[in-house]
Design a protein around this ligand. Structure first.
Ligand SMILES: Cc1ncc(COP(=O)(O)O)c(C=O)c1O
Length: 448
């Protein structure tokens, strides 16, 4: 399909209005050019020029059910016809049913949910509850992490976007990561005996365990490079937390809801948090919704103490109806089984791609959550760019992919392969074929 003159004029007009009236996230505002997205279906989205893109990003790693899932769209329309919104102190059917479903699916003894409008707010409220419950104030997080862009959530994040907002909120202490490919302790698993987990215990001791309320981690790290923890790591961190009366908070905003091939990423291991935060896949991005799910023990603490948390849109009826329909869709259409099966295929195909391209340093991931870390030299693992730099070569590769109809997320030295969980084998192979082709540019750059 080719855009006609009228459509081209419309595109130019929308981009012009965006440039003039919209402030855009994480970018300099001086110039703006972007496709105008007009629709989507399944793993594809469409722009105003009639181009179709296979979405290897699930937009913001959020459209786990693809675009415009009919079950979720129908549920939103039905709910809109009944009741769009009630003040959070009133009960509503979709909120009650969704909270029950989340409790059923959640790991461990997590029972009660506070709804928010997104992931950052979920983390804000999680640390508030951890502080109320423990009476302590410090929160330990890792450098290679992202927990959201509000003032508190940005301080929780190790992600360098926090620099612009520092000093941030008080009481946040950062610890080193489980980044095995570039181990901060220069050790290898399993001989390392999980030094990175022990390090967290050491920091709790040095900070004073009587001051530490919680350790907050993404069970599988997302936008800092998709890092799957070594086996035993999360269990050991949980043990250290328990021994020190410190709560464990899992941020499952990106890695939850089937992304890694299980309902929640932590379910790959024998571990459960005291508090879990959710968003993105909860409604598969059809309507903004986040959640903080807490253990029965933490919930009971607030039976006779005021919970000083609240939002106008906590448990918005439309969002909860979308969440309920999304959870139904994950089950009814066996979406998480598909994520697991497609994830295995993706892992094996990526290995073949890595074997062919010398610019690929490491592939790592679980389910449909993969990173391809690029290097100038496989032996020395020399990076294309330093942390927080943009690689012109990788940017060019992603641009070429887009020209060939593949939306491929790129950051620093890595590509992310994070398609909708409903992707078919044919679509996955098609996207990987394009990826394989465009990686040639990176190989050329390093002269192989
Ligand atoms: C792990 C994680 N936590 C929290 C957030 C913040 O969520 P939101 O952008 O909905 O506030 C994100 C967003 O990418 C995330 O990846």
């Amino acid at each position: 399909v080719h855009a006609n003159t009228g459509e081209l004029a419309l595109k130019a007009r929308i981009v012009e209005l965006e440039q003039q009236y919209v402030l855009h996230s994480w970018s300099k505002q001086g110039s703006y050019d972007s496709p105008v997205v007009v629709g989507g279906e399944g793993s594809w989205f469409f722009d105003s020029d009639g181009n179709r893109y296979l979405d290897f990003s699930s937009q913001a790693m959020s459209n786990n059910l693809g675009h415009q899932h009919p079950d979720v769209v129908r549920a939103i329309v039905d709910q809109a016809n009944k009741l769009c919104y009630a003040v959070p102190s009133f009960a509503t059917e979709p909120r009650a049913l969704l909270a029950q479903r989340i409790a059923d699916k959640s790991p461990g003894a997590l029972t009660k949910t506070l709804f928010t409008t997104g992931g950052a707010e979920a983390n804000e409220n999680a640390i508030k509850m951890a502080r109320f419950f423990t009476g302590k104030h410090k929160i330990l997080t890792r450098w290679r992490s992202y927990h959201g862009a509000t003032a508190g959530a940005m301080t929780l994040s190790g992600d360098p976007r926090r620099w612009a907002m520092e000093p941030g909120i008080p009481g946040i202490v950062r610890v080193l990561d489980c980044y095995c490919y570039r181990c901060p302790f220069q050790l290898s698993h399993p001989e390392c005996k999980l030094r990175c987990a022990e390090h967290i215990g050491e920091v709790i001791e040095l900070e004073g365990h009587h001051t530490v309320a919680a350790v907050l981690v993404e069970p599988v790290v997302g936008s800092s490079g998709i890092m799957v923890p070594p086996d035993g790591y999360l269990e050991r961190v949980a043990e250290i937390c328990r021994a020190n009366d410190v709560l464990l908070i899992f941020d499952e905003v990106m890695c939850g809801f089937g992304r890694t091939g299980t309902w929640f990423a932590c379910q790959h291991w024998n571990v459960a948090p005291d508090i879990m935060t959710l968003a993105k896949g909860l409604t598969a991005a059809h309507i903004p919704l986040g959640a903080v799910v807490v253990s029965a023990q933490i919930a009971e603490h607030f039976d006779d103490r005021t919970l000083y948390c609240g939002l106008t849109y906590s448990g918005h009826a439309l969002a909860c109806a979308a969440g309920l329909a999304a959870l139904d869709a994950y089950e009814r259409h066996e979406v998480i089984d598909n994520a697991r099966a497609m994830g295995e295929l993706l892992g094996s195909k990526l290995q073949r791609i890595a074997d062919r391209h010398h610019s690929v340093g490491e592939i790592r991931g679980l389910g449909l959550f993969w990173a391809v870390e690029m290097v100038r030299d496989r032996e020395t693992r020399e990076r294309f760019v330093a942390w927080n730099q943009t690689s012109p070569v990788l940017t060019q590769v992603a641009k070429e992919a887009m020209q060939k109809g593949l939306f491929l997320p790129v950051r620093w030295n890595f590509f992310m392969i994070v398609p909708p969980l409903i992707i078919t084998q044919e679509e996955l192979l098609h996207g990987l074929e394009i990826f394989d082709e465009v990686l040639e540019a990176a190989d050329r750059e390093i002269g192989v």
